[in-house]
Design a protein around this ligand. Structure first.
Ligand code: ADE
Ligand code: ZN
Length: 343
């Protein structure tokens, strides 16, 4: 398959997206429209000027811009619009199931009630299922560079939402904020029936991955690419089938790796890890899910069959039930066969 054939193939490939920050889907055009709607002043004259500023030295230089962008999100409708824009784009790129993050504290600390963000997002996700056929499980992510008591307060705010929020996560600036600090709040979250995921081993050391597993009870690791520095940890992740939600374009844009040709995706797959490919903050990193499959495929010489296996892994690593997973994996198989790609 040539590049354009591979792009078309990937666009139609049924897949799940398991590492996606809804706030990271805020495209400059929508950001400017919301700024106008809410009378928020921006330090850039236009959406093009803002996009031109998207050069990051590391995770924290990205987060500065990402949090600044979030200030335009004010009303429930804003959160609905943000989520709906993402869902329509995802549907056009073959996403059948999404487990998105949002960061409630990013909004509550600006005075936006927990309910405002949560209700807007949930309304769009419900409509995404009925109108676009995309199922979802929402993940509420705690900020690891804010105190654990703030995460705890957020957990309390979520009480009325019961089963509407499926999981808790841990994100934001990683280095210097080890998972162990959040052991108590994650323990309480688990007791309340939440599933647990955590960002670890993006910029932080492999010990943060071990910490996320042991102290937080994480069942899936977001990023996790630095596990390769610890062979015993790789063995554990393979043995326990702990999924990694890898985000190739993010890793290049945030300089976790120098270029896509240096990305460890192939090594992670060859080590036998349950690897998935995702888009992280696509409005900031130059591509959505299709580009995140395509860029490493081209740079590392992955085959169409490798990409089919990644799509299967995305459903296996999801929170869906056994029957739902089997049905979606059968769709992947049928799609691959129709396109003459071996299983
Ligand atoms: N918040 C949004 N994107 C993130 C990332 N890639 N790592 C940590 N926190 C984030
Ligand atoms: Zn992330």
């Amino acid at each position: 398959m040539d590049e354009s054939g591979l792009r078309t193939f990937v666009e139609g490939l049924p897949k799940a997206e398991l590492h996606l920050h809804l706030e990271g889907t805020l495209e400059p055009e929508l950001l400017f429209a919301l700024a106008e709607r809410n009378e928020v002043a921006l330090p850039y004259p236009s959406s093009d000027a803002l996009r031109a500023a998207y050069h990051f030295a590391d995770l924290s230089s990205f987060l500065d811009l990402y949090y600044a962008g979030c200030t335009v999100l004010v009303t429930e409708q804003d959160f609905y619009d943000l989520t709906w824009h993402y869902l329509t784009r995802a549907a056009a790129e073959g996403v059948r199931h999404v487990e998105p993050f949002y960061d409630p504290q990013t909004h509550t600390k600006r005075g936006i009630p927990f309910e405002t963000a949560t209700n807007g997002i949930l309304r769009a996700l419900t409509e995404g299922e009925s109108a676009l056929g995309i199922t979802s499980r929402l993940i509420m992510s705690f900020l690891r560079d804010d105190p654990p008591m703030s995460a705890r307060a957020t957990l309390e705010s979520a009480l009325p939402y019961d089963t509407l929020i499926a999981a808790v996560g841990l994100d934001s600036a990683e280095v210097g904020h080890p998972p162990e600090e959040f052991a108590d709040v994650f323990s309480l979250a688990r007791a309340r029936g939440y599933r647990v995921v955590a960002h670890a081993g993006e910029e932080g050391p492999p010990a943060y991955i071990t910490g996320a597993l042991d102290s937080l009870g994480a069942m899936r690791i977001d990023h996790g690419v630095r596990c390769l520095e610890d062979p015993a940890l790789v063995e554990r992740l393979v043995h326990d089938r702990v999924p990694l939600t890898v985000c190739p374009l993010s890793n290049v844009r945030l300089r976790v790796v120098p270029t896509m040709a240096d990305h460890p995706l192939r090594h992670l797959i060859e080590a036998g890890l349950l690897v998935t490919v995702n888009s992280d903050d696509p409005a900031y990193f130059g591509g959505y899910i299709t580009d995140n499959y395509l860029a490493p495929a081209l740079a590392l010489g992955l085959s169409a069959r490798d990409l089919v296996r990644l799509a299967v892994a995305s459903f296996e690593a999801s929170f869906l039930g056994t029957g739902e997973k089997a049905a979606l994996i059968a769709d992947v198989r049928a799609y691959a066969e129709t396109h003459g790609v071996g299983w």
